[in-house]
Design a binder for this molecule. Structure first.
Ligand code: ATP
Ligand code: MG
Length: 408
């Protein structure tokens, strides 16, 4: 993509109403545009990054047998009264039509997925089934001052599974939990799992996946080398205590952001909707259900909170909007190099604008693309200057060498 064609522009100063690093940097660099508190539009660069996060999550959900669907976001009231959510869930957005019909906006979709999937399940042979979607959610959140970390409208991956037995559920639950750790790792994040009770609907076990960041809203106790952590709210342990999970280190306190969770829903929703299957003995049974959430747009914010410096964002390669940022500082080679990089399959943003070197460098640092390639008439024939966003030193090399280095 040519930067001259990009309709967004870099903003020199952070917007006054944004207090978090993620919102400040993402707004300045033209990834997102705030419509109101907790509601953002995703602009060309931001959408590319969001899509990359989605792709990683999608690949891992497909790998555990999830089938992707897209459910309605506008729901009839009836589904929510059936589960009790209409009165109990305080973040639920409720709407009324001009004919006085009432609706809810999806904040999580057990109310839709349960009757939808169970329509097709008649016997134990139809189980297990696992379906997911990556879709916008709406929540009437009280505080939405953390940029992408707490949206009133936000992107979530929500998966739901249906099982013949508790045993089969437990097996799948463990598999999805492993997939979650893989996802965070691919995104460049270290997540720790807290064990918690399942909240309003179930006393069963759940795990919340936490990434340490000062921008997060959860307080946790953790030990670096242990993949578990504890939420301070429910912890019996204290800072300085031994980590009871691994018995190897002492617990320290930190802020964290919940980037996903997995719940054992038991039979709560299938009983509400009275949806059953016929077991091997010909008896009607309720399946065991699980749900698995990941905050896709929150993750984008968390990644920025973790990966930045005083100059701007430093995207991990797996989610960067482009792999390389080609800056033309004069000379005629720019167009040819741009073409070659594209032919070699490298996603490249080409700064072909008529701007000063200083301006181009500063904007490139702010956008945070992993590789910078500079072409200028000052460099020798066929040579480019290559620098990683994470490093300070650049190297002069041939374009072929640069391509090889980047592809590695
Ligand atoms: P939180 O405690 O942060 O409010 P939650 O327990 O309400 O999260 P879930 O309802 O289980 O979260 O949603 C699944 C995932 O969606 C969460 O783990 C989180 O990553 C993300 N998420 C939840 N609420 C928001 C929000 N308002 N904005 C952005 N992401 C969110
Ligand atoms: Mg919440």
């Amino acid at each position: 993509m040519r930067q001259s064609q990009l309709f967004t522009k870099i903003e020199r100063n952070a917007p006054k109403d944004e207090t978090t690093i993620n919102a400040q940097l993402l707004t300045r660099a033209g990834f997102v545009s705030k419509l109101m508190a907790g509601v953002y539009s995703y602009l060309p660069l931001g959408l590319r990054t969001l899509e990359k996060i989605k792709t990683i999550v999608r690949e891992e959900m497909d790998a555990v047998g999830g089938q992707e669907i897209s459910m309605a976001m506008l729901h009839p009231k009836a589904n929510w009264t059936t589960t009790g959510g209409w009165d109990k869930i305080d973040v639920l957005f409720k709407l009324k039509s001009r004919t006085e019909k009432e609706y809810a906006l999806g904040q999580s979709e057990e109310e839709v997925v349960t009757p939808t999937v169970m329509k097709y399940v008649t016997t134990y042979k139809d189980l297990p089934k696992s379906v997911y979607q990556i879709n916008w959610k709406f929540r009437d959140e009280l505080r939405s001052k953390s940029g992408l970390l707490r949206g009133v409208e936000f992107l979530m991956k929500d998966m739901y599974s249906f099982h013949e037995t508790q045993e089969d559920f437990d097996r799948y639950f463990a598999e999805v939990k492993r997939a979650y750790f893989r996802i965070y790792e691919r995104l460049g994040l270290t997540a720790k799992a807290t064990e918690a009770s399942g909240g309003a609907f179930t006393q069963k076990i759940s795990y919340e996946f936490m990434v340490l960041t000062d921008a997060g809203e959860d307080d946790i106790l953790y030990f670096d080398a242990c993949e578990f952590c504890v939420n301070v709210e429910i912890a019996k342990e204290k800072e300085g205590d031994k980590c009871t999970r691994c018995n190897k280190g002492t617990l320290a306190k930190a802020k964290a952001s919940e980037v996903g969770n997995v719940f054992d829903l038991g039979q709560k929703f299938v009983k509400d909707f009275d949806v059953t299957f016929t077991d091997k003995e010909g008896k009607k049974q309720y399946p065991v259900m699980g749900c698995y959430g990941i905050g896709i747009s929150r993750l984008m914010g968390v990644i920025v909170e973790k990966y930045n410096d005083e100059k701007g964002i430093i995207w991990p390669e797996s989610v960067a909007p482009f792999t390389a940022h080609l800056l033309s500082l004069g000379g005629a080679d720019g167009e040819k190099i741009y073409e070659t990089l594209q032919k070699k399959g490298i996603q490249v943003l080409y700064d072909d604008r008529d701007a000063s070197a200083g301006e181009k460098f500063a904007e490139s640092d702010l956008i945070g693309i992993p590789w910078r390639i500079i072409t200028s008439s000052k460099l020798g024939d066929g040579k480019v200057e290559v620098k990683k966003r994470t490093e300070t030193e650049s190297t002069v090399m041939t374009l072929e060498e640069a391509v090889e280095l980047i592809k590695k």
